[in-house]
Ligand binder design. Sequence first.
Ligand SMILES: NC(=O)c1ccc[n+]([C@@H]2O[C@H](COP(=O)([O-])OP(=O)(O)OC[C@H]3O[C@@H](n4cnc5c(N)ncnc54)[C@H](O)[C@@H]3O)[C@@H](O)[C@H]2O)c1
Ligand SMILES: [Fe+2]
Length: 452
Amino acid sequence: MDYTEQPNQRWGGGSVVLVDSVTRAGESLVVSRRRVAAETPTGPAPTPRDAATGRGHLQSGPETPRLAKFHVPEIVFGSGSLSEAAHAAARLGARRPLLVTDEGLLAAGWPQQLSRHLHDAGMRPAVWSGVTPNPKDHEIAAGHECYRAERCDVLVAVGGGSVIDAAKGIALLAGNGGVITDFEGVDRMVNPIPPMVMVPATSGTGADVSQFCIVTDTLRNTKITILGRALVPDVSVVDPQLLTTMPDWLNAATGLDALTHGIEAYVSRAHNPLTDHHALQAISLVGGHLERTMDHPLEQESRVFMAQAALEAGLAFTNAILGAAHAMSHQVGGLLDLPHGVINGILLPHVVRFNAEPDPARFVPIAQALGFAEVSGGRCSDAMAEDAAEWAAEEVRRLADELGVPKGLAEIGVTEDDVAQLATMTMADACLSTNPREATRDDIEALFRQAL
Ligand SMILES: NC(=O)c1ccc[n+]([C@@H]2O[C@H](COP(=O)([O-])OP(=O)(O)OC[C@H]3O[C@@H](n4cnc5c(N)ncnc54)[C@H](O)[C@@H]3O)[C@@H](O)[C@H]2O)c1
Ligand SMILES: [Fe+2]
């Protein structure tokens, strides 16, 4: 097969699926949405208010998309599943996998365990651990150099989103050459890339199932988004045991990241009934279990629920894409090299209010998933939908307070002088195109000021 003719074909098999660009995902799914009334033989046409009840959000709702795509890697989930990553790599033909990780994970001991499993399965892994949080463009280049020098064949990563994104970046360069910042945007890679097995060590980013790769562009001090179907890993091995070594701040930050993924995916312009289900489930799981993991860090059950939350949030947002909170967060993260989930936790209540202002109905199921009880049966009025949306924004802030997240961006180092530049760069972020409410540059500036 001539891979150069198949832009999104991956080594390791699978069918060719052309990627929707973010814009196309946003436009085609939204523009093609139509009322089902004319084609519904029985019963009255659903009204927009039906959405406000939250009932039926898994099935029909008031509109149905003509086209819904849902991509997902093979997933192995369960405590003690780490060894499965070695079997997965072997199945993908690995002989000399590059095991990508970082210093924090090495201190926790998980890469050493995985390396032993790889050896036991007959492979000779090379280990590269040069990633730092918010992975930098030059780190990806160094990892790629190692991959080439060691003549590796498959990427295996164990770590948080930074390690997983670094592994994706290395795979991208292995197939396409060049420098990582050349690939900013949607579907910029043309050649196939090596197989990838991902083992997430945080309960947050969903990078192990997503088509995103987020890298810090150190020249422009921003985080660039690289998006493409080819970046969906082949296998994700989710072992909740790995979460027990996370420090508290990281558990809090990544849990808030998962919550932001669930909420932004649910209201995204590119959401569909397949993503809605996972988004609401993720929101509910974070609401029900994140605080407990902080109080009882070694308790397995709540870790399993948080691992599932992160996974389901990932499945939702990789297909529905995200919104303004992430578009803004990427700029702050690039400027200040701070934990992604903490920035999201600060921004999210403000973005929820902004998006709910013209259309609060979509936020009712979100509020319910977080525990808002007042509209559990029957329909709800516009006023009640507004109440539910405001309650959801306050609940996100309450959770952030409980987790010790700073109240505003100023506390983490953002100043009034940064706002204009942050807003300008937000307008160019791919995640903004699926935000449910059109946001002008002035809107984004105002949001940054509110969040200061
Ligand atoms: N690709 C995607 O789809 C996607 C989605 C959301 C976020 N992200 C990106 O992911 C990055 C954030 O990732 P993250 O929040 O998972 O954290 P991280 O990977 O940046 O890790 C933060 C620190 O925690 C340590 N650590 C991680 N897991 C640990 C564990 N189990 N035990 C002990 N220490 C551990 C690491 O060594 C590191 O020092 C950001 O760059 C963000 O932009 C990517
Ligand atoms: Fe995120």
